[in-house]
Write a protein that binds this ligand. Sequence first.
Ligand code: ADP
Ligand code: MG
Length: 330
Amino acid sequence: MNMNIETPWVEKYRPKDFDEIVSQSIAINNLKKFVQKKYDMPHMIFSGPAGTGKTTTALIIANKLLKGDIYYRNVLELNASDTVRMDFVRKELQDFVNQNLIISDRELKIVILDEADNIPKTVQQTLRRIIESSPNNVKFILMCNYINQIIDPIISRCAVFRFVTLPKDKIINRLKFIVEQEQLSLPEGKKKEFFETLFFISGGDLRKAINSLQMAVALELIEDLNINEILKISGFVERPVLNQLKRYLETKEFAKARDIFDSIDYLDSRNFIRQLLNFLPEFKNVNKNNASQLRAYFGDVDYRISQGADERVQLTALLAELISYQDTTT
Ligand SMILES: Nc1ncnc2c1ncn2[C@@H]1O[C@H](COP(=O)(O)OP(=O)(O)O)[C@@H](O)[C@H]1O
Ligand SMILES: [Mg+2]
């Protein structure tokens, strides 16, 4: 039995030092120099997609600068999206920053503020004033997915580091490292497909990739590497269903394609779009000249759904569009 309710592997394998961080060498190399400056370290913004190492890097910096007990006293971790009442953040921040006037004079303090791009613009103005008026020993590390959601006056006060989506080989190597550490044995013949599937599920997010791996192990899916089950538990459609759908789209049988689509349980529409898009090269009759237009249509549908459009309507339209691109004449 492998049903382990142990520490999440994302935590267990969270890098403890800079050189353990995969990719991100540009950001990390520059950042190392700043960290050595201690009190002259600038405020920083880490921007980039989820699961690329932003929080990990902030924690490493904090650990390097504040060792031992002092860490707990002098590091404040806040998450903007957890904290519904931003008043609370404001108060907590101000207390933390000011407290410094009372306790010791010049100990370094670090504020780690996650998901800063979720903070409303008006509150960001307040944050900006707090940053401005903070004494030199208080350093802010802000994290965000989208730098354009942060107001300019904050950006201009920070050194910005961009974290990039991890490439396939880096993700797969990290997963292999964990597999080795955990002494898991995978069936040789299916290994490659397994890692490729985990990478596909992750979309470049290493946290997601590691979580999917741990879940596959916990659900005992790795003995015979049941790829379809792994896709399913991660919110993707199984291959046989996808294949069936493709057949009906190729024969332009819209009603049947829609039936298949309607029969999918727990459809995650944006995952479904990614999966279909990935599957596109396998459609025999998609006219090569039109393929880029079709891809653009996928992008539009994905965007509309992200903006709250009705998912079923959008996806049904996408299926119809796919049929219209099935070109058997050219
Ligand atoms: N660049 C990376 N190198 C090594 N592990 C990483 C990297 N990025 C993410 N991880 C893994 O994913 C988990 C989540 O990473 P985190 O730093 O919290 O991502 P985020 O960019 O969303 O803040 C980490 O605990 C670690 O296991
Ligand atoms: Mg994070």
